[in-house]
Design a protein. Structure first.
Length: 310
């Protein structure tokens, strides 16, 4: 797939197989046709949407979608009734055997639906997989397998079906603690964010917090904070004409050269390349490319847009 497909207005799509799951990435331009998100998936919208309509279970819902929002589908697919803005999305389809292994109905493993949620664990796992799609970053089989198990354990604890409620795996943080940390990071992007402060939010020592946070999300705390900063900067760059220097400072990077290096490593593009070619701001994420180190299968004709109405 050509590197600039998504940014030049053409769809960028890829699907990768991993141990215990598969992931679908899409950058789609605005489109009037309906698209579908499949059943039993976990997804994140990395783009913002206003007044997005979706239909599921015979009901149509309209709502705004902040970037970084997660949603989980159960046994029913979701239809998205046209999308007015460009969409950048990642969907994860866990292996049914893994779902059954953590206590879901072994006959019909399912995920409790959740629309428009802020979930730091899902965001972290999706971000790691998205980077593999977008830049071809290496993710070994053992790393991917660990992520799939971590994600499914999280689903079993936070989104159980019926009356079954799982316990948080030993050595991990509870969802309420992760929520506090994510909220703090978003609220303090422009200023210093220290390990000591994050550990205090979890009432743990810095050492034990760092270990528990990585065990929970798959990312060490510093990488998680950097990912949120870069994703926030990306959305700002493609939706406004603010100077790169100003955007970098707004998300906590005092050294703009360092910001540019990290940005290129994360997205495979320089910040200036996210500017619309004719000077008109857009509202989607500019992404490109597909991972070359794994088999890249054709995406379905009507790929699901990972967007989350609230």
């Amino acid at each position: 797939m050509a590197r600039d497909n998504g940014w030049r207005g053409r769809p960028a799509r890829s699907a990768l197989e991993w141990p215990g799951m598969r992931s679908h990435y899409a950058w789609l331009p605005p489109h009037a046709d309906a698209s579908t998100t499949g059943a039993h998936q976990v997804g994140v919208s990395f783009s913002a949407h206003t007044g997005q309509e979706r239909r599921a279970g015979g009901r149509t819902v309209r709502g705004d979608i902040p970037p970084g929002t997660a949603f989980i589908t159960g046994p029913e697919a979701i239809s998205w009734l046209g999308v007015a803005e460009p969409t950048e999305a990642l969907e994860i389809y866990p292996d049914p055997g893994l779902l059954a292994g953590v206590g879901f109905d072994t006959g019909r493993p399912s995920i409790e639906p959740a629309a428009g949620v802020h979930d730091g664990v899902v965001f972290a796992v999706a971000s790691l997989l998205k980077r593999a799609h977008v830049t071809g970053a290496e993710l070994s089989d053992i790393e991917a397998s660990t992520l799939s198990h971590r994600l499914v354990e999280h689903l079993g604890h936070v989104y159980p079906t019926g009356d079954r409620f799982g316990a948080a795996p030993a050595g991990t943080l509870g969802p309420a603690t992760v929520d506090r940390i994510v909220q703090y990071v978003h609220a303090h992007l422009a200023g210093p964010i220290t390990l000591d402060r994050l550990a205090a939010l979890a009432t743990l020592s810095p050492y034990h917090f760092a270990r528990a946070f990585k065990s929970t999300t798959g990312m060490p705390p510093h990488r998680f904070v950097t990912t949120i900063r870069l994703e926030t900067a990306k959305v700002t760059l493609v939706s406004s004409r603010r100077p790169v220097t100003e955007v970098a400072h707004a998300v906590g990077f005092g050294n703009v050269s360092h910001f540019r290096r990290l940005f290129h490593r994360e997205f495979g593009l320089r910040p200036s390349q996210l500017r619309p070619p004719h000077g008109r701001p857009q509202h989607g994420a500019a992404q490109h490319g597909a991972a070359q180190h794994r088999k890249n299968r054709p995406f379905p004709p009507a790929p699901g847009c990972v967007t989350v109405p609230r």
